[in-house]
Structure formats: structure tokens, C-alpha cells
Design a protein around this ligand. Structure first.
Ligand SMILES: Cc1cc2nc3c(=O)[nH]c(=O)nc-3n(C[C@H](O)[C@H](O)[C@H](O)COP(=O)(O)OP(=O)(O)OC[C@H]3O[C@@H](n4cnc5c(N)ncnc54)[C@H](O)[C@@H]3O)c2cc1C
Length: 178
């Protein structure tokens, strides 16, 4: 069933997990959408994080996840999920419109609501949650066309190192002593 989360969190690395931990403690619902391609994937151990010095980064992420799942039911995870489009409801002088994250208008509020209704109908044949979905301020769509709704959007997508733009041999050494 479609659900409106208090926060959609894009990215499940340390930043996204930290955000989720804070939200969970304050009883907000959150969905972590993570494509699981972490910047420090080449590193065998992480440092400078209190309590996790010289620990594999995957162990750190697993520990934070298990802590969250053990005590807070309000945080959910959706792995191997790459968000390819985010739309935000914005108020304008001519009404309420939805825009792409880059600011380009894509459709009217009415069109968005129709999308929502069709989505719910396709999933459970019921319109009982249509009213709740009216709270959605953000719509995130993954590469397979799945749609997620949130009142807020947390961006924890990290950065991508552009190793292909470096001198020959740089990429091979990255995370291996450099
Ligand atoms: C080789 C190396 C070693 C490092 N060692 C350390 C260290 O020892 N200690 C330290 O503090 N820092 C270290 N860093 C820095 C480290 O990468 C950052 O501290 C930390 O990983 C950043 O966390 P993050 O959550 O911002 O990003 P990430 O861990 O990269 O997580 C971002 C997540 O968002 C996902 N994502 C991106 N776009 C989308 C999308 N559109 N939809 C869904 N998901 C998406 C990514 O796939 C990824 O899973 C190291 C970095 C490198 C490169």
C-alpha cells in the first residue's frame, strides 16, 4: 500500500543512517532509499568515527541498521533502489504545481493527484488512503517506476569521485593507500 512517510531519505550511507537515527528517536516515520554504491567501497577499514576505528564500513552500516530495527519500527529500508526523479509540490500564484528537483515545471497538482489515485488503485484497489496521500509534498520515482511519497525529503546521496578524469593509474590506487 502507498504510504506517506514523514521523510524520504535518499542514501543509506553514514549520513542517511544518521538522519534516520535522529528521526526515529523523535518518532518520525522515514524510508531510506539506497542504491548501495558507497563512496568508501574501496576502503577495507574506516577511521575517525568514534567507536568504529579500523572497522569495515559495512560493519558500521549493519550495526546502525540493527540498532534502528531493534528499537524503532518507524524506519524502513528499500535497498538496491536508485531514485531517478524527485518532484516537489510548490505553491505558485496560479495554484499548486509540481516541479522537478531542478525547478522545471512538469505537471499540475491535479495531474499529480490523478497519478496518486491510479497508483493506489493499481496496488490495492482501494481509495481509502487518497486523503492521506494529499499530505505528500515529495514524490520520488525509482528506475523501475516505483513511486514513494514523503512530507519531507532528506538528501544524503554523498558524492561520486570522478576518477575517470584523473591521470592514468589514479583509479587503481584510489582507496589503496591513497
Ligand atoms: C577510499 C575512501 C576511504 C574513506 N575512509 C574514511 C574513513 O576512514 N573515515 C571517514 O570518516 N570517512 C572516510 N571516507 C569518506 C567517506 O566516504 C564518508 O565519510 C562517508 O562514507 C560519507 O557518507 P555518506 O552517507 O555521505 O555517503 P555514502 O556512504 O557514499 O552513501 C551515499 C549513498 O547514497 C546512495 N545514492 C546516491 N544517489 C542515489 C539515488 N539517486 N538514489 C538512491 N540512492 C542514492 C549511494 O549509492 C550510497 O549508497 C572515505 C572515502 C573514501 C573514498
Amino acid at each position: 500500500m502507498s504510504q506517506v512517510y514523514d521523510v524520504l531519505i535518499l542514501g543509506g550511507g553514514p549520513a542517511g543512517l544518521s538522519m534516520a537515527t535522529t528521526l526515529a528517536r523523535q518518532a518520525y516515520t522515514a524510508l531510506i532509499l539506497d542504491s548501495n554504491v558507497y563512496r568508501n567501497a574501496r576502503a577495507t577499514h574506516m577511521h575517525n568515527v568514534p567507536g568504529f576505528d579500523h572497522v569495515p564500513p559495512a560493519d558500521f552500516r549493519a550495526k546502525v541498521r540493527s540498532d534502528l530495527m531493534a528499537r524503532y519500527k518507524s524506519v524502513e529500508f528499500r535497498d538496491a533502489t536508485t531514485i531517478v526523479e524527485v518532484r516537489q509540490r510548490q505553491s505558485t500564484t496560479s495554484g499548486c504545481e509540481f516541479c522537478n528537483a531542478d525547478g522545471g515545471n512538469t505537471s499540475t497538482a491535479l495531474e499529480f493527484k490523478n497519478d496518486v489515485v491510479e497508483n493506489i488503485m493499481a496496488q490495492n484497489g482501494s481509495s481509502s488512503t487518497v486523503a492521506a496521500l494529499a499530505d505528500a509534498k515529495f514524490e520520488a520515482r525509482d528506475a523501475h517506476g516505483n513511486v514513494f511519497y514523503g512530507k519531507k525529503l532528506g538528501i544524503a546521496t554523498g558524492v561520486r569521485d570522478r576518477l575517470e578524469e584523473q591521470v592514468d593509474g589514479y583509479a587503481e590506487c584510489w582507496g589503496r593507500g591513497m
